[in-house]
Every structure is written in C-alpha cells, then in structure tokens.
Design a protein around this ligand. Structure first.
Ligand code: C2E
Ligand code: SIN
Ligand code: SIN
Ligand code: FE
Ligand code: FE
Length: 377
C-alpha cells in the first residue's frame, strides 16, 4: 500500500468521540485475539490520523514482537530488538520521530523490503497493570497537512495504549478461566472413565469425533468450541454406577441395564445447577446423548430436533467409539459392520443429516480412533 496523497484535517473532538465509541463497542465484543489487535490498531490509527498503526505484543519466551495487521494475513513476527518498536520495548519510553531517516534507531530495512516510505513514527509502550511492558503501540506517517505527530497525538495514543492493556489483560483472564474450566472438565471426565479401565481415552476421542462432525455440520466457531469441550462429559453420570454393573464382563441383565440408564439423568443432576455456558452444555450432552432421533431413546424419549444438536452429535460419536473400540462386554467391530449399523439406523437412532456427514468424514474419525486408541485397541 502506498502513502495516500489526500491529507486529512486535524481530528476534531467530536470526531475523536465518534472514533472512540465506534471502536469501544467493537472491541468489547471481540473474542478473537487477532481481530482484537486489528481493531485496536485501527482505533489508534484513526485517533491520531496516521496512515498505519500496529499493536505489537511481546513474546517473552521467543524474544520477539508479534502482530496481526490485516484480516486474512498471517501474524508478523520481528526480533524483540528490531527498529523503533524494539527500542520502545527495551526502554519503555515513548518516542516521536518526525524524520525517520535521520534517526539512527529507525531500521530502513523494513521500508526497503516493503517499498513503503516511513516519514514519521509515534511509538508508545503498552504496560500491564503491574507496570510490566506487554507491547508497543506504533503509528506511522501522520496524514494531516502538517505531517507531524503532535503532543496531542501522543496523549491520544497513550489513552489507546492504556485501554489496550486493559482489554488484553481482560482477554487473557477470560482465556485463563476458560482453560481452567476445560482442564477441570476433562480431568473430571477422565476420572469417571478411569473406572472402566479399557476406555481410558474414550472421552478424548468422543470430543474429537464430535468436533469433526460438528464442523462438517456447520456449527459456528463458538458452538464448536463449546461442543468439543462439553462432549467429554457425556458419561460423567457413570461415576455413580456401581462397579459390579459398570465393569461387568458380559451382557447386562434387564435390571442392571435400567440402573445403567440412570447415568444420563445422574450426569444431568450433577451439572444442571451451573450458570456457566460450558457446564450447561455438558449438562445437556450428559442428559441427551442416549436419546434417539425417532423418539425411542432414554431417558426422556425426545424426538428429532427436540434433541439438542450437541446431544445428537455426541450420540453418534459415542456409539462410533463404542463399536470401533473394544469394551469389557464386547470386542471391536469391523468397520463394514459399523457402517452397516449407521446406514440402518439413519433416521431411527440417528439424525439422518448426521449420518450423511458420517459417511463423508468417516476416514477422519477412524484416524482419530487409531491415533488416540487405547493400548487394548
Ligand atoms: P458405551 O459402551 O459407551 O456404549 C455407548 C452406546 O453405544 C450404547 O448405549 C449403544 O447405543 C452403543 N453400543 C455399544 N455396544 C454396542 C453393541 O454391541 N451393539 C449395538 N448395536 N450398539 C452398541 P447403551 O446401549 O445405552 O449403553 C450405555 C452404556 O451402558 C454403555 O456405554 C456401557 O457402558 C453400558 N453397557 C451397555 N450394555 C452393556 C453390556 O452388555 N455389558 C456391560 N458391561 N455394559 C454395558
Ligand atoms: C521500525 O520500527 O523501525 C519501523 C517498522 C515498521 O515500518 O513497521
Ligand atoms: C464408556 O465409558 O462409554 C464405556 C464404558 C464401558 O463400556 O466400560
Ligand atoms: Fe452414555
Ligand atoms: Fe460413552
């Protein structure tokens, strides 16, 4: 992109407010860190009438600065010591350079590579709430007639930088909470599975199958994440089923089978009180993964779309895993036999749309069953 020839006028207070309102709403709703960085950079650019603006984040482990400058373009990574951004990261001092080429700190290499001409740079440190440097806010080429970054620009960008650090910290906190929830859930689910010795990776595999099926079904990114994280919980209610039944080396009697069926309701009862999105999804999956499309499943004989899509997907993933893997009560089935059952159960046990997807992604599912197979597999 070449330098624009049309110069903007200096930003009025009204325009500043507009910029702030526009981006604050956008930024508050952003849950993708790459898009967040782009929005924050765009906000900075508009605030100081720069041609471009970059929000660099420090990667301490790899001693680099990284950023995301445009949708659809990969993240860019530079050494932590490179150019002006590196200088600010090191010194934690903001700088204004109105003639880049006469400043030794400016690395002309970037311009040489990109064909861009950097005239001036305004760069400020982004500090976290403990005063630790977390990144650098860098605006390039003032676009008003004066072509100079001013004291006011510095103040405005400073505001944006402080806002940025708060947003990024809140974001990191959210991510951490989510990650913690995921870990707790997986640990809980695996603890439940540990009792049925042969099925050590069953919950992990069901999560992976569900993700593949859900993606092919067209679930949104957020839904997919929720499904992937909640489906491992489907059998959590089994922790309340006696060993004598759960680990029985053979077919269950009718009475034992009825007790076994309680694992759905038991799982739901354990999870239903939570307000957390993830736990709520897990409660649904635990409750509904043995319902059948034609209304003959348990515990509530739900029919068709009355069964939540997460329940329908987990049902398929669960049965697939139960069949292709060995269980204490049965040996693994050959794939042809599994296909045959799914073909027969299309529209009776399973959502027909999901069976169609099954035949498209089956090889991927098989790969997962092998990669995450148990020793016994
Ligand atoms: P699971 O082993 O994870 O099996 C999940 C589901 O896969 C079963 O739900 C069933 O729909 C399907 N499935 C598993 N094995 C077969 C099979 O050989 N043929 C067919 N057509 N479908 C199969 P279901 O039946 O509601 O069972 C729920 C859970 O109850 C099972 O989870 C397993 O833990 C236990 N279970 C069921 N039958 C027996 C049994 O005969 N002996 C023992 N020890 N446990 C059983
Ligand atoms: C610099 O920091 O030296 C300029 C790098 C850039 O053009 O983004
Ligand atoms: C499962 O956890 O779904 C299978 C338990 C078992 O059959 O042993
Ligand atoms: Fe189950
Ligand atoms: Fe299961």
């Amino acid at each position: 992109m070449s330098t624009k020839k049309i110069y903007r006028h200096a930003t009025t207070p009204e325009e500043l407010l507009q910029v702030i309102f526009k981006y604050v709403v956008q930024i508050a709703n952003e849950r993708d860190v790459d898009k967040l960085l782009i929005s924050l950079a765009d906000m900075g650019r508009d605030l100081v009438s720069a041609d471009r603006c970059t929000v660099w984040l420090i990667d301490k482990k790899n001693k680099t600065l990284w950023s995301k400058v445009a949708h659809g373009v990969d993240r860019i990574v530079i050494p932590l010591t490179a150019g002006i951004a590196g200088y600010v990261a090191k010194t934690k001092e903001g700088i204004v350079i109105n003639d880049a080429y006469s400043d030794a700190r400016f690395d002309q290499q970037v311009d040489k590579e990109t064909g861009y001409h950097t005239r001036n740079i305004l760069a400020l440190p982004i500090e976290d709430s403990n005063g630790e440097i977390m990144g650098v806010y860098q605006a390039i080429n003032k676009m008003t007639a004066s072509k100079m970054f001013t004291q006011k620009d510095e103040e405005h960008l400073l505001l944006a930088a402080s806002y940025t650090s708060k947003q990024l910290e809140a974001f990191a906190l959210q991510e951490e909470i989510k990650q913690t929830q995921r870990e707790i859930i997986l640990t809980l689910a695996e603890t439940g599975e540990m009792r049925s010795k042969e099925t050590g990776n069953h919950v992990k595999r069901v999560a992976k199958y569900s993700e593949v099926i859900g993606r092919a079904y067209g679930l949104s990114r957020d839904e997919l994440e929720l499904l992937k994280d909640s489906s491992p919980m489907h059998d959590i209610g089994k922790i309340a089923i006696p060993d004598s039944i759960l680990l029985k080396n053979g077919l269950l009697t009718d009475k034992e089978r009825e007790i076994m069926k309680n694992h759905t309701t038991l799982g739901y009862e354990m999870l239903k009180h939570s307000d957390r999105e993830l736990i709520k999804a897990a409660a649904i999956v635990a409750y509904q993964h043995h319902e059948k499309w034609d209304g003959t499943g348990y515990p509530n004989r739900l029919k068709g779309n009355k069964i939540h899509i997460f329940g329908r997907i987990t049902a398929l993933a669960d049965v697939f895993d139960a069949l292709v893997c060995k269980r204490v009560y049965k040996s693994a089935w050959p794939l042809e036999k599994v296909d045959e059952l799914f073909r027969e159960e299309r529209g009776s046990h399973f959502d027909p749309a999901l069976i169609d997807i099954y035949f498209k992604v089956r090889d991927e599912l098989v790969d997962i069953s092998v990669t995450y197979g148990d020793a016994a597999h």
